[in-house]
Design a binder for this molecule. Sequence first.
Ligand SMILES: *Cc1c(COP(=O)(O)O)cnc(C)c1O
Length: 744
Amino acid sequence: MDYFLYKDDELYVEEVAVSDIVKQYGTPCYIYSQHTLERHWHAVSEVFAKEPHRICYAVKANGNLALLKILADLGAGFDIVSGGELARVLMAGADPKKVVFSGVGKTTAEIKQALSAGIAVFNVESIPEVQRINDVALLMGKIASVAVRINPDIKADTHPYISTGLASNKFGIDKNEVIGVYKIIQQLPGLKAVGIACHIGSQILEVAPFIEALNCVLQLVTLLKTQGIILQHVDIGGGLGVCYDTETPPSLRSYADALLDTLKQHAPYPLELWLEPGRVIVANTAILVAKVEYLKETASKTFAILDAGMTDLMRPALYDAHHKIIPVKKTANKEVLLDLVGPVCESSDFLGKARLLAVQAGDLIAVRTVGAYGFSMSSQYNARGRAAEVLVHKDKMTLIRRRETTADLLAHEIIISDRNVAKNLALKVDGSHNADEKAKLVEVFGCNFFQWLMSKLCRRKETLEKKNEKKPFVKMQALGNDFVLLDLDENARVWTKEEIKHYSNRYTGIGFDQLLTVKKQHDNQFDYHIYNADGGEVEQCGNGARAVALYLCRKNKVDTTKDIHLQTCNRVMTIQLLGEDRFKVNMGSPDFSPQALPLEMPEQSSYEIVLEGEIHRFAALSMGNPHAVLQVPAVEDAPVATVGKSLCLHSHFPRQTNVGFMQIINEHQLALRVYERGVGETLACGSGACAAAVIAIRDGYCRSPVRVQLPGGELIIHWLGPNETVWMEGDAHCVYEGLVCEEE
Ligand SMILES: *Cc1c(COP(=O)(O)O)cnc(C)c1O
């Protein structure tokens, strides 16, 4: 029963005339009847209603989201064969607990996807697949429910391409090996056997092969029971045939009764019956409407050449399948014998052969019973966009998939040489066409496609320009740190995070610890930003400030008789010029408050903590960034890598801390090694030198100025006590200036 009927010689889908749908959406066009779909679902579920069962619609028959949504709303489960189909059913609102995953080639990614969605069961088809699902489940801390799909070696009378239950097919596990596979599953901690499955083929027109298959499955269930393996469901798959022409499939009632009776008689204990019907639910829900482009008479026959072909409906070409073909408007004209063919360049491109029809060029025809394996098998072969799909519900029509456009056909492809494209088509990549040129191009491509192509070419041009751009930089060095400086007043632009990562790498780029940017605000005052090699911005870097000052002096960008001011993201740093390449940087005041660090302990002059089984005493302060300072007898032996790292990452410091290990040498000298957060042991840390000197002065070991020896060199720290700012003195060096550019 369906709802594709004539009224006054006009074909209707429910209450809408096909010709009206075509007026709106063109041809070729798939038209579905919602009422028919709902009826078929109810018909299938009704005949099984009296016993525990689950119906998992086979998505591959037709995966349109609008149709899946209707079925999901009716409570359908789904049988999927790929991650793509899983995404479809989830998007349609399906309950993942009613999803069965079939197919011989499940990838690791698909298994992960299905496990995280929480599907009901994997129908497994080989031992390596069983192993893989177990491994993935264990990695994810889950247990996967599985059913073994058996190959019952049954010949169902159908086309060889759609028979799946023969021993010679790739599907299922040989019935003689099934018990062994369940024993393997039993041993695997990531798996749980919950069912057993089979699927013997498609378009099967007798009940007997299904019963034979079910008996074979039930014998195995009985054998498994003797081995102590108990299951919950048997899945008999899909495959029930429909009438395309003169076929007489068994009624749903006789099919269901035979299955349920067999189950009752031969199951060793009560089992739920699961089914995976595809075709029987959707085949009759759709027609494919096409227009006759030409009638072509040849010596041997007459061809009606349609605007639809094997790309829209592959079944005739693939299986020699028969579909009824009817006129959209009946006429009294004389019927003639016709082959209905498509425009595709293949001799197998036909939709019907030797049909009696009265049609003229320009007439519409409808191919019947195309809801299953129709649109879902369609392709873009011959660069043909796929047809539109329209759903009719009573007197309403809704577009549920728009016709594919030329832009859709080309959207995923990448033009390698835009020069050739531009040359062949007189296209200018920058879009600088005059009115005549533009009109010509629009004529060739159509307006929408032309605009799409232009936007694509312009985007490509932008990326090319970006790639070919030469980026000036200056490489600097100060106390064992190396910097790259970008002068934003000299044609440089700030690098992206990706570029910083790329260029900071010594193998792929220039190599540097930090990227500095500088831009003039007004006389002797500059905007100054500091980025780590990972692209993140940091608040302050005294060594970098000296490098910037040196650069500005060398380029005569400052009045060297006055101080220089650098505005960082959170403060202004003042720099005094002491000599040609020697500078004193105001590093601000030390802040001992735990909030400034932040440190989750009450304020004290020193803290104790147990690390690596020993008590460690440290002082904590912020010098623009947080520092913990530990005093050690000899820096050479300081536990930088162990204690430094543990303290850095300790939960007392929610945003981590730098850790300095200082050895007092005399009252104006100390040696220091620093574990820097996010970096590890560093050759040079300006703020760390300040922090160590401040603690040494505060605790009475040293007096200002203090020479701090770091592995990368020496700094002199000046601090006149509480309420005074800390000054850091040191030098900087220019290494070289260069350009980076990335060729294609
Ligand atoms: C294709 C398929 C189905 C659906 O078959 P129909 O003939 O459309 O009912 C069910 N289960 C499996 C495993 C399939 O491959």
